[in-house]
Design a binder for this molecule. Structure first.
Ligand SMILES: Cc1cc2nc3c(=O)[nH]c(=O)nc-3n(C[C@H](O)[C@H](O)[C@H](O)COP(=O)(O)O)c2cc1C
Length: 240
C-alpha cells in the first residue's frame, strides 16, 4: 500500500514524534512518501486563479504542487500533520491547501479521492488542536474524502516531549497507537465508503457545473465534469 504524509512543520518536535508512532504499524508493509512544509511547497498562493481557470500546470508553483497532488492521488492512506499555531493549522499547511483549491468539489475533484482514507494528527500546548484539525479536514472533505480519522492532543505542560510527565506521554502514546492499530486493520484493497454529505455536496456542484458548461462549453471545470461523465449518470464513487 502507499501512504503519503504531509507534515505541516519541518521541525522534529512533538508532532513529528506522534506521526512516527502512528506510522510504526505501517513501516514493514507500506511505501511511505513524506513531504515537509514549507520546504516542499515554499510559496504562498497569490490568488491568480490560473489553476482553476487555465489548469493546475499554469500555477507559478506547479513544480511543487503537481508533484504533491500526484502523490496524494497514488496514496491509499493520506496522513496530514500539524501543530496548532494561533488556534489553526500552520501557515505552511494552509499555503499548500490554498494551492490545492482546484481539487475542491466546485472545481475539478479527482475521482480517486472519493475512495481514499485519511488521518489528521494535530497537537498543541493548551488549546487549538481541534480547530487546527478542522482546517485540514475542511479541505480533505471538499476534495471528496469521507473516511477521515482525527487525532488531537494537548500537552498541558511543556512543549518538549522529554520534559512532559510520564503520565502525559503515556496518555498521548496510547491514544496515537490506538488510532494506528485501527488504521492498520483497515482493508485498503477496498475503496472507502463515500458518505451522504459528500454525495449531497457533489449533487449541488453538479447542478452548478451543468449550468456553467451549458453557458460556456470551453469553461475548464465544466468541461472536466462533462469529460468525467458526471453531468450525465456517472458518479465518482461508482467508478472506483
Ligand atoms: C507560532 C506558534 C503559535 C502557537 N499557537 C498555539 C496555540 O494557539 N495554542 C496552543 O496550545 N499552542 C500553541 N503553540 C504551541 C505549539 O502548538 C506547541 O508547542 C506544539 O507542541 C508544537 O509542536 P511541534 O513540537 O511539533 O513543533 C504555538 C506555537 C507557535 C510556534
Amino acid at each position: 500500500m502507499n501512504i503519503t504524509v504531509i507534515n505541516g512543520t519541518e521541525k522534529h518536535g512533538v508532532t513529528y514524534r506522534l506521526k512516527e508512532m502512528f506510522l510504526a504499524a505501517f513501516r514493514d508493509r507500506a511505501d511511505i512518501t513524506e513531504y515537509y512544509l514549507p520546504k516542499d511547497c515554499p510559496h504562498f498562493c497569490r490568488g491568480c486563479v490560473s489553476c482553476t481557470i487555465k489548469g493546475e500546470n499554469t500555477c507559478k508553483d506547479a513544480e511543487y504542487i503537481v508533484k504533491i497532488d500526484r502523490s496524494l492521488l497514488e496514496a491509499d492512506l493520506i496522513v496530514m500533520t500539524s501543530p496548532a499555531y494561533v488556534f489553526h493549522t500552520t501557515g505552511a499547511m494552509k499555503a499548500l491547501l490554498d494551492h490545492l483549491v482546484y481539487r475542491w468539489l466546485p472545481h475539478r475533484p479527482a475521482p480517486e479521492m472519493f475512495g481514499k482514507r485519511a488521518v489528521i494528527i494535530t497537537q498543541c500546548l493548551g488549546a487549538g488542536a481541534k480547530s487546527a484539525a478542522k482546517d485540514i479536514k475542511h479541505s480533505l472533505s471538499w476534495w471528496g474524502i469521507s473516511e477521515i480519522e482525527i487525532f488531537t492532543g494537548a500537552l498541558m505542560g511543556d512543549i518538549v516531549w522529554e520534559r512532559l510527565s510520564e503520565k502525559k506521554r503515556s496518555e498521548l502514546t496510547q491514544k496515537v497507537k490506538k488510532l494506528s492499530h485501527k488504521s492498520a486493520q483497515t482493508d485498503y484493497t477496498k475503496p472507502a465508503h463515500t458518505n451522504l454529505i459528500t454525495k449531497l455536496k457533489f449533487s449541488v456542484c453538479r447542478l452548478m457545473q451543468q449550468k456553467l458548461h451549458k453557458n460556456d462549453p470551453e469553461y475548464l471545470d465544466g468541461k472536466y465534469w462533462a469529460e468525467q461523465g458526471w453531468l450525465g449518470k456517472a458518479r465518482p464513487w461508482k467508478q472506483l
